[in-house]
Design a protein around this ligand. Sequence first.
Ligand code: FES
Length: 387
Amino acid sequence: MISSFCKSATLARRMSTSAKPKTAIVMLNMGGPETTDQVGGYLLRIMTDRDMIQLPVQSRLGPWIAKRRTEEVQKKYSEIGGGSPILKWTNTQGELLTKKLDQLSPETAPHKHYVAFRYVPPFTADTFSQLEKDGVERAIIFSQYPQYSCATTGSSLNAIADFYRDRSVPKNIEFSMIERWATHPLLAEVFAERIREKLAKFEETVRDDVLILFTAHSLPLKAVSRGDTYPHEVAATVALTMSKLQVPNPHRLVWQSKVGPLPWLQPYTDDAIKAYSKQGKKHLILVPIAFVNEHIETLHELDIEYCDELAKEAGVIQIERASAPNDHPTFISALADIVSSHMKSGPRVSKQFLNRCPHCVSKRCEMSKKFFAQLVGSEIDKPFLTA
Ligand code: FES
């Protein structure tokens, strides 16, 4: 006998392909160029985004750096197949997530995912125009960076505030936001599973001594000193992953992808690989702990530059790279649990998000926090209509 839950889930699934979406899940991320032709524009937008990077005379220096780096970055994208797979992965994750939500939460179905990228299409402004046109009743702004940084999620959220600066916010859409989820247990579980897959590749005689090197995109020390929460949120994901793993292996958190001459968070991933090899630690797993899907930093920097080239030069015996969560079923369950719990009990906007860094002097941040506080207004603690 089919339960009423199954019947309504089936109905919701059918509706999701035929009816207009009721609930939008807006997946925020930086995006990556799909073709080498997009590389110039992508770099230009990054280098002129003061939320992401702060340069002296940025309006002139940013475009100059972007232009200078275009050819070299295009070459890297060519070496990983001609473009970034980030849109493909985000769409796959979004489709699997919304299918699951239709089952878990038929009362808010049909759900539809929307992608809002910061530096390549689909851009934030186009996506928000589209969900208004689609007539959704509710929009959940869902950062795809598990660990919050003012440079990444903060920048994407500022772009939403920019979009609504000169236009009125639609009154018929109920907005809310999930801006961080670094310590969700299923996120840690999927990282643990990805590490187990790679530990199994080592001989039993060395398996327990393999060094687990968690690696995350570095951040300028200036941002750390301002009070950006990213370093401790990344560390929290690492600690939770290790507690799920239950293995005796040593581990460290290191930082990759530094740009420019200013000091960033260290130790850097490449230096750490070399230094550990010198110390006699020659069996390693690299775990990209702040990326939920493959992109240039995993496929080129980690796989080609570090695992292939650098590890050989440094005399490493065996190095493996844990896959990003991608479409792992545990990861899709994590996304679905995060969104469905949010839809039931919020908060619509967290007090943690509304709190600025202690040394933040950015007018954009100030305006953006005010915008999101107003977006949900006095309803921050009010239960959702559809809960
Ligand atoms: Fe963190 Fe402005 S820099 S809130």
